[in-house]
Design a protein around this ligand. Sequence first.
Ligand code: SF4
Length: 322
Amino acid sequence: MTAQTETAAPKRVLLAKPRGYCAGVDRAVVAVEKALEKYGAPVYVRKEIVHNKHVVETLSDRGAIFVDQTEQVPEGALVVFSAHGVSPAVHEEAAARSLRTIDATCPLVTKVHMEAKRFARDDYDILLIGHEGHEEVEGTAGEAPEHIQLVDTAEDVDKVVVRDPSKVIWLSQTTLSVDETMVRVNQLKEKYPDLQDPPSDDICYATSNRQTAVKTMAPSCDLVLVVGSKNSSNSVRLVEVALQAGARASYLVDYAKEVDEAWLEGVTTVGVTSGASVPDILVMELLKWLGERGYGDVEEITTANETIAFALPKEVRQSRVR
Ligand code: SF4
């Protein structure tokens, strides 16, 4: 019998598409850039404009000042509200301090705000599925606090109490795991069989498209690297989706330099993707880093082509800020 020489499978990278910037993030980041160009520094930004360390640092270097609360913005100054949206109370605080405002809330978050307002006006109990403490959830819940209950965990389902079980609707944060949200909805429907669905999906196209791409790629991957920040909900979800879909390991990194070389031991196929708030330059740096370690063969796995774009906030399309 002839001895056979084992040849190792070639190392490769599968690159998810779509990945990275969504239309809402692009709009919010450009809004701050345009505000800096048009009105000069400083431009205040309430909370991180989008949840990405690199983006926030780059804009800070150009003169944006990020604050946690409206009261930290000097009276009369210009402030941009982040892509995650704000509650009506924040608009009132800004008006009370005579702030000039640019609202960079993603139109798809605004859509959920409008649904919350409409169903509160019709006197529904609204069960908002989302992560406690996330800025988007705080903004949406602030539209109708007396009508909205937050449902994050399975335990929260047990705690929900409604006035009329025939008049209950669920809404959700835009950046959740599609599959886990349906688990929560089914739990709620067991408790309230008449629970109504939202008029249209609240989980946005960018979140679900990025999850679909990862699900397609992950079963072929030994390791999936997600570029994104730890406070980015949709990026964290991509790691979870990769593991659930069959990747042997998955990690979230802000930068290529954060990848631990030990993660590559015995790895033939590396999947790469990025959250909706991540500029593609960070993915390109990761591909370069992987290429230097033998993973130079890159195949893009395309599951959707995105063409959505949103118009900029009117204040940065016009010559003056109100
Ligand atoms: S992830 Fe979705 S909701 Fe959030 S900014 Fe992007 S498009 Fe808008």
